[in-house]
Design a protein around this ligand. Structure first.
Ligand SMILES: [Fe+2]
Ligand SMILES: [Fe+2]
Length: 377
């Protein structure tokens, strides 16, 4: 299948050289201005109750606010090396659970020492959490944009609570990286381009589609995976709190867009399908973690070919789409226009998740207990 030049800047979705040719060239940048092309929308319709599911979500959000400073136990000392190994089994040395299928002979890893494998675990962990932090800032900005651009008062109310949630998320990831992991990586270009595409777009629903459905859908799956894998107690706690919010955020996207997309024409839906595909490819590309291979001093392309394309790692990459695909299905995006998005997800190897639970009401399972919320109040 070819012909993706217009959408993703290359003909073949798996063209590794093309993926790697896009890199962050200004890693010392402090401020970045991105054009937001949307109108701010006032509504004079203040009537509550038009969308009970949103109202319920808003009430839930009001009583689920936690405090990153006081609810998390920052006195926990973090052992960098054990965190790296435990979080990212896929980066553990050959013979580890994650690398059962990895043959080092003939790869840049042939001569690696145990120390280098440990360093890789530490760097991968730092890289992963850094990208989550940048993504959280993307969510902060996108949600503030939704407050401005969505035409419904109940959605403005909910989005306002999400702005506060995202501020907390940026804050706790930044604090963890700064005080426990000794700094962070700059934003990965593929992630940065995706966030810019979302902010650039003038249509209010595209912010939701890009952020709540795609970026946050992926984050919820990835946080769940890390939460399950990590044995580092502070990170586990941090992820637990963040996930309880993220599940609501993805629900916010599903509930809002379900209504709106039912009224769109095929041509309008096709634009959303293309946008979702483009976002999916960019997110997959960013997980190649090219900056980590550079820092480890191995040839990037060979390293990715050796490690990232192993069946185990591919399975991890696919799992990242386990929330996105069912949510796209629920929104009716998979099968409109001769199943265009279904065929793209087949090509990406992620269609098998279509019947997994969607995230429209799953947030209730992630809710914090009264005890977990106690110290915030
Ligand atoms: Fe977040
Ligand atoms: Fe979020």
């Amino acid at each position: 299948m070819a012909g993706y030049e217009d959408l993703i800047g290359r003909e073949d979705i798996n063209d590794l050289e093309a993926i790697l040719s896009v890199a962050n060239t200004d890693t010392t940048e402090i401020v970045r201005a991105v054009r937001d092309n949307a109108d701010a929308i006032f509504t004079w319709d203040y009537e509550k109750g038009a969308r009970p599911a949103l109202e319920k979500l808003y009430e839930k959000a009001k009583t689920s606010q936690w405090n990153g400073e006081t609810d998390l136990d920052w006195s926990i000392e973090v052992d960098l090396e054990s965190v790296g190994v435990n979080n990212f089994a896929q980066n553990a040395a050959p013979g580890g659970a994650g690398f059962a299928d990895f043959e080092v002979a003939g790869t840049p890893f042939e001569t690696w020492t145990d120390q280098q494998w440990l360093d890789l675990g530490v760097e991968s962990n730092k890289w992963m959490l850094s990208q989550f932090m940048h993504g959280e800032q993307g969510a902060l900005i996108c949600t503030a944009k939704i407050v401005e651009t969505v035409p419904w008062i109940d959605a403005k109310y909910y989005a306002a609570t999400q702005v506060m949630d995202e501020a907390r998320h940026v804050e706790v990831f930044a604090k963890y990286l700064d005080t426990k992991l000794d700094g962070y990586y700059p934003i990965n270009t593929h992630l940065g381009l995706l966030l810019e595409d979302i902010v650039n777009d003038s249509r209010w629903d595209m912010t939701y589609l890009g952020m709540q459905i795609m970026v946050e859908g992926l984050a919820l799956a990835a946080f769940g995976f890390m939460h399950m894998m990590t044995t580092e107690p502070l990170l586990k706690q941090l992820l637990r709190y963040v996930m309880s919010d993220e599940a609501r955020h993805v629900a916010f996207g599903v509930i809002s867009l379900k209504e709106y997309y039912e009224g769109l024409t095929d041509a309008e839906i096709f634009e959303r399908q293309q946008f979702a595909f483009e976002a999916a490819v960019r997110m997959r590309d960013r997980f190649m973690q090219q900056e980590v291979w550079e820092r480890m001093g191995v040839p990037v392309k060979e390293a990715i070919e050796a490690v990232m394309l192993t069946p185990t790692r591919q399975m991890f990459q696919m799992m990242l789409f386990s929330k996105i695909v069912p949510n796209c299905k629920k929104l009716g995006l998979l099968d409109r226009n001769d199943a265009w998005l279904r065929r793209r997800f087949e090509e990406l190897g992620v269609i098998q998740f279509e019947d997994w639970v969607d995230t429209g009401s799953e947030y209730e399972n992630f809710a914090l207990t009264d005890e977990e919320l106690a110290s915030a109040s």
